[in-house]
Design a protein around this ligand. Structure first.
Ligand code: G3H
Ligand code: ZN
Length: 287
């Protein structure tokens, strides 16, 4: 069964660990992440960007696929199906189509408009028991066409948005989508500490989870981060394993060209990446 992210994140915040959000792109991604969560008794959040939602033929198709897999694979750990960096319209559509959680990324609006739109999403989500993530400041870099300037969040604005009743809050603290540049300055822990102080028990979200050094991730969790988003790292792992399979000529041996064989190394690479992250975040055996 799909659940809202509320309970799993409240538990994570209290227990000082984080739940991973892993973005999905297709059947292999979804199955790999669900199986890894079940094998490790970990709660999990499946992230769907608007671009990935279109690629998978719409949110309704994604919901049906995920629900079908939960049922057929016998997944019993808590699973939230979450719209990642949703527009206002996208969030409404995902809620109609059965997602159990949505992010409304209003970071490119002025604070007043961000507040108005976030309020409306919260009102509609509450009617259906859906969790809501809001963003303050901006995550740098680009993810699936969503470009952010990397502005560090203002802790007072974070409090204002948190007080609206969102379930979780993403704050820009120097984190970037995609691979970090060599001259990256690291996460701004001073700002994170101020945000945590102002927002209290609110679960905080760390985007751009790919390539952040383990020690920084752990420190962020001690400062209130309860959800960490990972996307690019699974893509890199999948691509490397698939490339190796082809370069080794395995696609030319026997029935190695069969897509079920061709995609298997990438599938296993996603599972290994997700398990490693769950260990780092401390979510194993927290289901
Ligand atoms: O919203 C998703 C993420 O923030 C993922 O970022 O691709 O850098 O891991 P990433
Ligand atoms: Zn993100």
């Amino acid at each position: 069964m799909l659940v809202s992210a509320q309970e799993m994140l409240t538990k994570a915040k209290a227990g000082k660990y984080a739940v991973g959000q892993f973005n999905i792109n297709n059947m292999e991604w979804t199955k790999a992440i669900l199986l890894t969560a079940q094998e490790n008794n970990s709660p999990v959040i499946l992230g769907v960007s608007e671009g990935a939602g279109k690629y998978m033929c719409g949110y309704n198709t994604v919901t049906a696929m995920v629900k079908g897999m939960i049922d057929t694979l016998g997944i019993t750990v808590p699973v939230a199906l979450h719209l990642d960096h949703g527009s206002y319209e996208g969030a409404l559509k995902a809620m109609d189509d059965g997602f159990s959680s949505v992010m409304f990324d209003g970071s490119h609006y002025g604070i007043e408009e961000n507040i108005e739109k976030t309020k409306e999403i919260i009102r509609l989500a509450a009617e259906k028991g859906i969790s809501v993530e809001a963003e303050v400041g901006a995550i740098g870099g680009e993810e699936d066409g969503v470009v952010g300037g990397g502005e560090v969040a203002d802790p007072d604005e974070c409090k204002m948005i948190a007080d609206l009743g969102v379930t979780m809050l993403a704050a820009g603290i120097g984190n970037i989508h995609g691979v970090y540049p060599e001259n990256w300055q690291g996460l701004n822990f001073d700002v994170l500490a101020q945000i945590q102080e102002k927002t209290g028990t609110m679960p905080l979200v760390l985007h751009g989870g790919t390539g952040i050094p383990d020690e920084m991730v752990k420190k962020a969790i001690t400062l209130g981060v309860s959800k960490v988003n990972v996307n690019t790292e699974c893509q890199l792992a999948f691509a490397a394993a698939t490339r190796k399979y082809i370069e080794d000529g395995k696609d030319k041996q026997g029935k190695g060209f069969d897509p079920r064989k061709l995609l298997a190394p990438g599938f296993e690479a996603i599972k290994a990446t997700v398990k490693e992250k769950m260990e780092l975040f401390g979510s194993i055996n927290q289901a």
